[in-house]
Design a protein around this ligand. Structure first.
Ligand SMILES: Nc1ncnc2c1ncn2[C@@H]1O[C@H](COP(=O)(O)OP(=O)(O)OP(=O)(O)O)[C@@H](O)[C@H]1O
Ligand SMILES: [Mg+2]
Length: 164
């Protein structure tokens, strides 16, 4: 049996209090406010466990970079690695137009963004990049999404989402 022997003082806004009350009224056993907060914390922790961090790699058109960066910052992404890359997709770069000129070579300049994202943000980030970087024409780029086993902030040794 779980022992409730730690008293935790919590000061919150009336808005927070209202939201908690609203939620506990949706529970069939109408838990106390403290119990509601305990359950909500458990739900949050479980949600984090089910939605692990991801590394989102986006290969986008260079002229879309600023818009994507601004939108990433707005979403609350903590950091981004940016690399100038070249590549090709299905058309082998042959029919793509870059800065008005048709590229004769196979490799077309792109910007690569590597973004380590908390599980709760991944979906928003992916959706936003798709919307912001897309033109509907061939060569809009790609998104690759991989699970991250861990992240570490070198300065402090923090792990996981704390390190992002
Ligand atoms: N399978 C792949 N693996 C690694 N990188 C890729 C892959 N496909 C595309 N890329 C990268 O994405 C960039 C853009 O690819 P592109 O958008 O042309 O893909 P596509 O599959 O040909 O789609 P579209 O038909 O819309 O052009 C390439 O220049 C390359 O850097
Ligand atoms: Mg292509």
């Amino acid at each position: 049996m779980e022992k409730f022997d730690q008293r935790i003082q919590l000061v919150a806004s009336s808005e927070f209090s209202k939201v908690v009350d609203q939620w506990r009224r949706t529970q069939s056993d109408l838990p106390s406010k403290s119990e509601a907060i305990r359950r909500l914390v458990q739900l949050g922790l479980a949600y984090e466990e089910d939605n692990p961090m991801r590394l989102v790699t986006a290969i986008i058109r260079p002229h879309k970079y600023e818009d994507v960066r601004d939108a990433l910052l707005e979403l609350g992404v903590e950091g981004v690695t940016i690399t100038q890359v070249k590549g090709f997709g299905r058309q082998r770069g042959q029919t793509e137009v870059y800065r008005g000129a048709e590229y004769q070579t196979h490799e077309v300049p792109k910007i690569r963004l590597d973004i380590a994202v908390s599980g709760t943000l991944v979906e928003h980030v992916v959706e936003m990049i798709q919307k912001t970087a897309g033109t509907g024409k061939i060569g809009d780029g790609k998104l690759f999404i991989q699970p991250i086993t861990d992240a570490i902030r070198i300065r402090t040794g923090e792990h996981g989402e704390q390190a992002l």
